[in-house]
Write a protein that binds this ligand. Structure first.
Ligand code: NAI
Ligand code: 15L
Length: 269
């Protein structure tokens, strides 16, 4: 599709949103920012909750595309996940449909498939069409988001790239992250590819760097034009010396979702 210029970035006050605010303008985007929290130094950012359908409709009006990061990013009671991630994502898609926005890049998560056993030495990489196996209510909401995206493509022609993000932080901080890390620079490259590739319909991709210890198949992301430049391996020696290799007998280390399957981090708000 013609390169989108005006892009609504939801969840712009969050960790990934802050990184993308800084990295995406290099790809020549004009970002419109939205979050339920005000953003320091950004007086034009839209302060709105995903529950506010009128505000969402106004926020998406005239944008070429949306990067949807807003929501609860950890485990929480089902009712909270329902409001923010399930109803909230539905509200955003409805606003996009009503205003004729052509494409969404949806921040899905590895936790949509978190109960998939992680590959061990010699096992095949996990394909993108592996069944949904959420590890939490949070992961379940990401499975829902992917299905919602499919419905809006099939029924309304609204395109989505669902990015099952691994761990997008400045550097990996655990041995698991050596396999699922996405450097912020690769994250921006992947979002750019997802915004500009032609005819994506609804495409699901994994979001990570080209890690030596990769667990999943990046081919659907590469097919969009994504060419990751980073590899977590430079961090491996130190992390393994500190934490040891992953133990397949330990439930918190045996699945893709890591400790989300047994003791997930809880959303603090
Ligand atoms: P974060 O928790 O730092 O940011 C989420 C942002 O969404 C916050 O600024 C929060 O104020 C906003 N938000 C929450 N509920 C809202 C609502 N009802 N209305 C409006 N805004 C709301 O999370 P992070 O790490 O930046 O992640 C961004 C997105 O990417 C999330 O959807 C997360 O699930 C997804 N993701 C992130 C990964 C990562 O490694 N950072 C890995 C996999 C998925
Ligand atoms: C996620 O989905 C979370 O939003 C993020 O905070 C990390 O915990 C990440 O997954 C991960 O699996 O490391």
């Amino acid at each position: 599709m013609p390169a989108p210029r005006t892009v609504l970035l939801t969840g712009a006050a969050g960790g990934l949103g802050t990184l993308m605010q800084n990295l995406l303008p290099a790809f020549d985007y004009d970002l419109r920012l939205l979050d339920m929290r005000p953003i320091e130094g950004e007086p034009d950012a839209i302060v709105a909750d995903l529950a506010d359908r009128a505000a969402l409709r106004e926020a998406v009006r005239g944008v070429d595309a949306i990067i949807h990061l807003a929501g609860i990013s950890l485990e929480a009671p089902f009712e909270k996940i329902l409001d923010a991630n399930i109803v909230g994502t539905y509200n955003l898609y409805e606003a996009a449909r009503e205003e004729g926005v052509r494409r969404v890049v949806f921040a899905s998560s590895n936790h949509a498939v978190g109960f998939t056993p992680r590959p061990k030495d010699g096992d095949a990489l996990i394909p993108v069409d592996t069944p949904h196996r959420p590890d939490t209510f949070y992961g379940l909401s990401k499975s829902f988001g992917e299905d919602l995206a499919q419905l809006y493509w099939d029924k309304h022609g609204l395109e989505t790239v669902s990015v099952r993000i691994g761990s997008c932080f400045p550097r990996p901080t655990s041995v698991r992250m050596l396999s699922v890390w996405m450097s912020p620079a690769d994250g921006a490259r992947l979002f750019h590819a997802a915004l500009t590739a032609e005819n994506v319909g609804h495409t699901v991709v994994y979001g990570s760097s080209a890690n030596t210890r990769l667990w999943w198949d990046l081919s659907s992301a590469r097919a969009l034009g994504y060419a990751p430049q980073d590899d977590s391996e430079e961090f491996a020696g130190k992390l393994i010396a500190e934490q040891g290799e992953l133990d397949p007998e330990n439930i918190a280390q045996a699945y893709l979702g890591g400790h989300f399957v047994s003791d997930p981090p809880i959303w603090p708000y």
